[in-house]
Design a protein around this ligand. Sequence first.
Ligand SMILES: Nc1ncnc2c1ncn2[C@@H]1O[C@H](COP(=O)(O)OP(=O)(O)OP(=O)(O)O)[C@@H](O)[C@H]1O
Length: 604
Amino acid sequence: MTEPAAERPAGPGPGTIWGIARRHRLLLGSGVLLGVVGVASTLAQPVIVSDLIEAAGAGEAVAFLIVLLGALLLADAALSATQGYLIGRAGENIVRDSRTFLTGRVLRADLAAYQARRQGDVHTRLVSDTSLVKIALSQSLAQIIVNGLVVIGCVVMMAWIDIWLLLIALGCIGVASAVSLWLARRLRVAAVRNREDTGDFGADLHRVLGALTTVKAARAEDREQHRIGLLTERARDSGIRVTAYASVLTPTMNVGLQASLAAVVGAGMARAATGSLGLADFTAFVMYLFYLVSPLVLVFMSIGAYQQGRAAMARVDELVHLPQEDGPATAPEPAAGPDPLTGTAPPAVEFRAVRFGYGEDGRDVLDGVSFAVPPRGLTALVGPSGAGKTTAFQLIERFYRPRGGAVLVDGRDIATLPLSAVRGRVGYVQQDSAAMRGTLRENITYAAPDATEAELWDAVEMAGLGQVVADLPEGLDTVLGDGGTGLSGGQRQRVCIARALLQRPAVMLLDEATSHLDSDTEAALREVLARVAERCAVIAIAHRISTVVDAGHIVVLEDGRVRDRGTHPELMARDALYRRLATTQLVADTAPAAGRQDPAGRVQ
Ligand SMILES: Nc1ncnc2c1ncn2[C@@H]1O[C@H](COP(=O)(O)OP(=O)(O)OP(=O)(O)O)[C@@H](O)[C@H]1O
């Protein structure tokens, strides 16, 4: 199978999250700059206090120094608030950009690569890992830089006042810092584990909630609760390890700082008593030591938060590298016009010796399939379960690429067409009739949001939905629940037909509902199909006898190969498998319309 091309992210490049953060460097830089100015104002305060003590002792005027000190305190507060706002804003921008970018990557991901992942884990990476990335890249980094500068500034000022006292202080703090750095490394390992455990929990929750009715019907609530309980237990255990390291980190620093404070006060007092250190200098030194305390603790806390964020960042970056659906390898072939000899248009869809299997090494699910579908009318695909019918549809939509051969739409190889051009020409009505939460109108105009009201009503009528809409109190503005709940299965399928019709496709792919429909719905759908088939090519995976009877052309698939082709009477006469399918597998009509044929091909 052709390798999905775009392994490279189309965004800001490798280490994408850093790339996104770089886009907001102005805001981040301004925040950090204000923080640095704040640091200067913080560091100036003990010097002024020291001057104040000396001036007061000498009986000089102190009013100016008091005003200056007050102004610095206020400026410090204002700078810190603005800095917090700017950094917070940059953080929100980073999380918005990474979520938008990641959502695009996931929406355009190669289907096979996406399906190989657990959807809940993808969800967790998009929602909660991006939040941790935000904290790491904005708050934590800014805290590390700004508070790191306070620490450096304090150390420099303390060295300037008294180098011996500083050495005593650093002795105690140094031991605590070494222990803290070791703890921070352990914290990162625990954080990586915790992110993985949280992803496992999200993935399993997603699996269960996506099949809630199955869980209930199987009375599996207790089993599932227990199973998910084990995963939450694992996430709790690794979360506790993270908390344990994070909790020890701060007190370790505190112990070091308190020890250094006690040592400095003891040694300083002794020096002050002998007169080798002035009271003003001693006060300023102790103030710097106090100023050092919380920034140093914050630096270590931020290192801890940054380490947790790095674990999340690696997970987010991994998602960025999800292989993407690739565009055409070559320029599009010109549209094939009518055959110059016969004047006939090219087939709406053509399979030429198509070979396909899921995954790299999977067996061939389609093996040399060839058939053509005329530009108008109904073509039915029939075959035993697992024969490859849905797979054939998915290749027409180019959800996957064939290993060999070619799929043509309107006479052009779809491998040479842009994806949007292929999917714009093909309307796909799936068997489970994928309706979404939202109004009926939003559901129907989903593939053609710019459709006019007249076009919308035309599609509604053509899909046989006119009466359904008229009976709803809110009409087209009726809100459907998740998966289109609020409508019956048959109605949901007609909503999907209307959606497909509104995009004016050249080919309509219809995977018929397997469930038995009541006679009215059956007759309505039959009429809809006949009307749509006058407008474009309709290919139906047939699960009802009426569809094959109405079809102008039937393709019988068996084990990934075309077994036979023809009309219903022809196939009934010559193909044993088809006869068996028609009489046993296809759902019989509840009320066959007059003039239709019975399963044996006889006109009634
Ligand atoms: N996503 C997938 N990954 C791997 N194998 C798949 C996948 N989808 C389908 N298959 C396999 O491909 C084969 C053909 O499946 P397909 O759904 O096309 O059959 P079908 O003819 O539509 O069957 P049915 O009538 O039961 O819907 C089956 O053997 C199936 O197990």
